[in-house]
Design a protein around this ligand. Structure first.
Ligand code: SF4
Length: 200
């Protein structure tokens, strides 16, 4: 969305793709969709097409132009591993992350099956780079927890979990091979309840 980010755990966001579709309960109140749809039809606005998926090749080289090292959240307004994103384009995104290696990148997905497949094949060149952190969302037991095994089955140098919005009891998570975990509840209008014990 922008260079400055309001997300606590990152410095900047980089969106070479815009738009997404919902895949699991964690998507119910997707902030990216709410933001993007606000501008649907606004001529000349980056989100003129709302939350429809589209590639933004003119944004690809952005990290190469940012000379100061940053913590960059990749695709805060999309999901890099969405099945409508061509594999070649995902490889281009990974290529930029490998080239602009003075930054640290956080790539977060709910499409863990595709992440697993591509990190073990087409994206193997980027999988084990310590400045690229690969992560999955874990909102509940049914959809979220199985993503952890997909992530663990990759050669990623840094693996992380975004356990948010935590909307159910996920039990005791197996954190073997996981380097960093973010936990949080939902916020905003209609936010779903998070029990303290689920966090502990
Ligand atoms: S995967 Fe992420 S960006 Fe896509 S709809 Fe779900 S919450 Fe929104």
């Amino acid at each position: 969305m922008s260079v400055q980010s309001h997300i606590e755990w990152t410095d900047a966001t980089w969106n070479p793709i815009r738009g997404c579709t919902k895949i699991s309960p964690g998507c119910k109140h997707c902030y990216a969709e709410t933001f993007a749809e606000r501008f649907r039809g606004v001529k000349g606005h980056p989100y003129e097409q709302g939350f429809d998926i589209r590639l933004v090749p003119e944004k690809l080289a952005e990290p190469l132009r940012w000379r100061t090292p940053k913590m960059i959240f990749v695709n805060s307004m999309s999901d890099l591993f969405h099945d409508q994103i061509p594999e070649g384009y995902i490889a281009e995104v990974a290529g930029v992350m490998c080239a602009a290696k003075w930054h640290t990148y956080q790539v977060l997905t709910k499409r863990s099956g595709r992440l697993r497949r591509l990190l073990n094949t087409t994206l193997a060149f980027a999988a084990d780079q310590p400045h690229i952190w690969w992560g999955v969302s874990v909102e509940d037991r049914k959809y979220g927890v199985p993503r952890i095994d997909d992530l663990r089955a990759t050669e990623a140098a840094v693996r992380f979990l975004s356990v948010e919005p935590l909307i159910g009891d996920v039990g005791i998570l197996n954190l073997k091979g996981i380097h960093w975990v973010i936990v949080g509840g939902e916020s905003g209008h209609g936010a779903r309840y998070m029990h303290r014990d689920w966090v502990i």
